[in-house]
Design a protein around this ligand. Structure first.
Ligand SMILES: Cc1cc2nc3c(=O)[nH]c(=O)nc-3n(C[C@H](O)[C@H](O)[C@H](O)COP(=O)(O)OP(=O)(O)OC[C@H]3O[C@@H](n4cnc5c(N)ncnc54)[C@H](O)[C@@H]3O)c2cc1C
Length: 502
């Protein structure tokens, strides 16, 4: 009858291994929603430390904070966080070109065809104008303006946050609500000799912590899910070959922009994440195309403010653990896999992973049906993200370096090839089930990277040109008026959530 029967154990004691963002996000969510039903222990080692990056988020963070009962203003004040309306992609399609992936909705849906079909028709007739003029978040980002809401409707925004302060705040929240934290290095992992299920973690101090369910948040090496359970890793580096990042924090040299910058270079890209009190910088590259020394120098040359940390090198392999949930162990965060950070999706995956676990918590024991469902959804979510990131690299006109020539020429997953063909032929874009990215996101990147569809939906031609022109003009006028009414981002931060260090 499978593992559930062999394990046959109700789940009351949850042990979280690791206290980075993943560990504390998991602890905070579990204790808030299941704290009266389960005991939660988190083990972390200050001596090992955390990866210390992961500072750009996506709008789903807001819903997750509500789920945890986090007050936005206090969280932002304590964190020195700033707001993010999207990502500015520079030098991706061509050197010198820029496009913006905004979190907002572009235009208005008609129920028949997506807005971009009408915009394409209007552009063909000569009056479409810049596509960003139809999106409040897009235009606000370009003008450096921000407010959390406009006439009672929230903007679609996310946060730039301090990774260390974030984990600390979640730790405080979790400990206050009853999570037991144990400091120490996990040195031994015990398994049931018959089923292989994990039974206890032994610390180098000699302490032993038993559990019914284990959450592996130990970062890249995946102490439980990989080193112990040998789950296996699906390596995606043939499509996503960047494998290294130099990171450094610098002082701010001006007001925080309300967006992340992702600036491509000859063998990858670099980020700029502005917080209230400092800036996070990183240079992502493939070390087969750029040496570590060259990459470090490139990052150091590109920063504006004085460094407040020493540059630090991080290695990774893009890919996913073959099963996120194996036996009675669930991997969250870097232990479950990592798609390089171009669209800031990793913390989101932690949050939906723990939310999904809460929705189907194995109170009466782990069953194959539960794990299969969990793993199936996790796979689909990550594969959609993988495809979206590959698109940024593959759909480029850049031929200036061996790296970009390879990215242009490589074979891509069939799922992405089919999407690109659909858009190229008929401007059809879609959000699949378990797909994080909306139609607008796919369209912005497809067109931003230079794809021009050969045809669009003929329904957009049914409207008489005057009527279409008037409707689009009204939309643009409305967006421009809304954005003009927003304060500068820096002024809003000052009023709403100024951080003392800033
Ligand atoms: C270059 C880079 C940039 C990134 N940028 C973004 C971004 O902009 N947005 C985003 O969403 N994500 C980003 N990420 C991903 C993000 O950093 C991670 O998802 C997030 O920090 C979670 O990490 P973690 O908690 O899984 O691992 P870690 O932070 O590595 O934590 C691991 C924990 O396990 C503990 N541990 C390990 N071994 C043991 C042991 N033997 N005994 C006891 N404890 C142990 C450690 O002490 C630590 O507490 C980025 C990642 C990289 C590499």
């Amino acid at each position: 009858m499978g593992e559930a029967t062999r394990n046959g154990q109700a789940v009351r004691r949850v042990v979280i291994a690791g206290g980075g963002t993943a560990g504390w996000v998991a602890a905070a969510a579990l204790v808030r929603h299941l704290g009266s039903l389960i005991d939660i222990t988190l083990i972390e080692s200050d001596a090992i430390g955390t990866v210390g990056v992961g500072e750009s988020t996506i709008p789903t963070s807001r819903a997750f904070h509500k789920f945890l009962g986090i007050d936005e203003q206090s969280f932002m004040r304590a964190n020195g966080a700033s707001f993010k309306l999207g990502i500015s992609f520079e030098n991706w399609g061509q050197i010198g070109e820029r496009y913006f992936h905004s979190f907002g909705t572009t235009g208005q849906p008609t129920g028949l065809a997506d807005f971009h079909h009408y915009w394409l028709e209007a552009t063909a007739q000569g009056f479409g104008g810049p596509v960003g003029d139809y999106c409040v978040e897009y235009l606000a980002a370009q003008q450096g303006r921000f407010a959390t809401e406009l006439n009672g409707t929230p903007l679609s925004y996310a946060y730039h946050l301090d990774a260390t302060a974030y984990a600390r705040a979640l730790r405080q929240l979790s400990e206050k609500a009853g999570v037991r934290r144990v400091e120490g290095k996990i040195a031994a992992i015990e398994q049931d000799p018959d089923t292989g299920f994990l039974t206890a973690l032994g610390l180098s101090s000699g302490e032993r912590i038993e559990g019914d369910l284990f959450i592996d948040c130990t970062g890249f090496h995946g102490l439980l899910i990989e080193e112990t359970l040998k789950t296996g890793y699906e390596d995606w580096s043939a499509w996503l070959p960047t494998n290294s990042a130099w990171v450094v924090q610098t002082e701010s040299t001006g007001p925080a922009l309300p967006y992340t910058r992702a600036i491509a270079h000859e063998a990858g890209w670099r980020w700029r994440i502005p917080l209230q009190h400092r800036v996070g910088n990183g240079l992502v590259y493939c070390n087969g195309f750029l040496s570590d020394e060259e990459a470090r120098a490139k990052l150091v040359d590109s920063i504006d403010g004085a460094p407040v940390t020493e540059p630090r090198l991080i290695r990774y392999v893009s890919g996913r653990r073959k099963k996120s949930w194996n036996k009675n162990c669930i991997a969250l965060g870097l232990s479950s896999g990592f798609v390089e950070p171009l669209e800031s999706t990793s913390i989101h995956l932690i949050k939906i992973g723990i939310t999904r676990l809460i929705h189907a918590f194995p109170f009466d024991g782990v069953t194959p049906a539960l794990t299969e469902r969990y793993n199936g959804v996790a796979r689909a979510e990550m594969e959609h993200i993988r495809d979206f990131i590959i698109l940024h690299y593959h759909l480029t006109q850049r031929t200036d370096s061996p790296f970009w020539r390879r990215m242009r020429a490589m074979e891509i997953p069939q799922s992405l090839a089919q999407r690109m063909a659909l858009f190229e032929q008929n401007a059809i874009a879609y959000q699949d089930s378990d797909d994080l990215f909306r139609v607008d996101s796919w369209v912005q990147v497809l067109m931003g990277q230079g794809m021009r569809p050969r045809a669009h939906n003929p329904l957009a031609r049914l409207a008489p040109p005057d009527q279409l022109k008037r409707a689009l003009g009204d939309l643009r006028g409305n967006v421009a008026r809304c954005v003009a009414a927003l304060p500068p981002h820096a002024a809003f931060l000052d009023r709403y959530c100024a951080n003392e260090a800033a």
